[in-house]
Design a protein around this ligand. Structure first.
Ligand code: 8YV
Length: 328
């Protein structure tokens, strides 16, 4: 019997491809870019499954053009690249890759916070440019981290990981805002206090965004929100581009209405708003918060195991629309 065909929309670990090849005929995108929609539809013809990343949009248009598709397994915890309702309506299973990246992503959130507060990349550029001639009392004097107030918007697993690092490692006072309040035991573990969105914006010395992207969170941080923040505050976004209005942020940074920002995600990435590229008080990284070798391998393995589990035994590990299983 011939094996079902699947598409891997971006190059991934050879060992993950080998694991998939035990069950499927695998076609992989070897280019360094996501396929544009028409090409993705073309590549998905005859494919029962796809291993996707956040860069691959699976919407009603793609689904309409791919009648053979049964599952899309995202190698990401976030899945705003999926139209899950459209997938459910077409009987296509959606899976994501939760948990395996939580601590690594929280580590990175803290690294970005530290780099931003202490102006690490800005000072390195200065040194590399040969501009370091002498000692100055205020040379790259940054913002304090230990003992300050850490604000977290979006208190899921990654937000909780950042809260614990701040509270236990750096003696920070942690405040958070979330759609729903955490239970008392989790608040205690994270040493975190629930506050209103406005208090969060007004009180945080370092504000970290870890909420999922949805139409409701589009531009959750725009000019009005930035205006509420302290002029000494830093803003860290490891969630999704689109949650921050990048043009408004670039202006606030240029006018020193907030001190600095650290951004791992951007509206319309991999393009980055040109105004952000020209302000010095921002640390920019190319969406790498989950990028350690063990974590990326764990994410790829989980996505692969979702494809194998569903297409060979109807048993995916982390389904987002389990209603599809019932229909089958
Ligand atoms: C991914 C992420 O690397 O898991 C997520 O939600 O944002 C990252 O870990 C990215 O989305 C590519 O899939």
């Amino acid at each position: 019997m011939s094996k079902p065909k699947i598409l891997v929309a971006h190059a991934i670990f050879p060992e993950t491809i080998a694991r998939l090849q035990q069950h499927f005929e695998v076609e992989t995108n070897q280019a360094d870019e996501a396929w544009p929609k028409a090409q993705l539809i073309g590549k998905l013809q005859g494919k029962a499954g796809a291993l996707t990343t956040g860069a691959d949009r699976i919407d009603a248009g793609v689904l309409a053009g791919c009648p053979d598709l049964k599952i899309c397994a995202n190698m990401a915890v976030g899945y705003n690249n999926f139209d899950v309702d459209a997938m459910t309506a077409r009987g296509v299973l959606a899976t994501n890759a939760p948990d395996v990246l939580t601590e690594t992503t929280a580590d990175f959130g803290f690294a970005l916070l530290m780099a931003t507060a202490r102006r690490i990349t800005e000072s390195e550029h200065f040194l590399r440019a040969g501009q370091w001639n002498t000692w100055r009392y205020d040379m790259f004097a940054g913002a304090e981290v230990h003992g300050t107030t850490l604000g977290i918007l979006g208190m899921g697993r990654i937000g909780q990981g950042i809260a614990k690092r701040g509270a236990h490692g750096f003696g920070m006072k942690v405040i958070y805002h979330n759609r729903s309040r955490l239970d008392a035991a989790t608040e205690l573990e994270c040493k975190a206090r629930f506050v209103s969105r406005e208090e969060l914006l007004r009180s945080a010395d370092h504000l970290v965004l870890v909420l999922p992207y949805s139409p409701a969170s589009h531009h959750a941080i725009g000019a009005a929100e930035l205006a509420l923040m302290k002029p000494t505050a830093t803003l860290i976004n490891i969630a999704r581009g689109g949650i921050v209005d990048d043009a408004a942020l670039a202006l606030a940074l240029r006018e020193k209405r907030i001190a600095a920002a650290g951004l791992d995600v951007f509206e319309g990435e991999p393009r980055v708003h040109s105004d952000l590229l020209s302000v010095p008080n921002v640390v920019l990284t190319p969406h790498i918060a989950s990028a350690t070798v063990p974590t990326r391998l764990a994410m790829a393995t989980l996505a692969a195991d979702n494809l194998i589990g569903y297409l060979t035994q109807n048993k995916p590990l982390t389904p987002l629309n389990p209603a599809v299983l019932a229909i089958k």
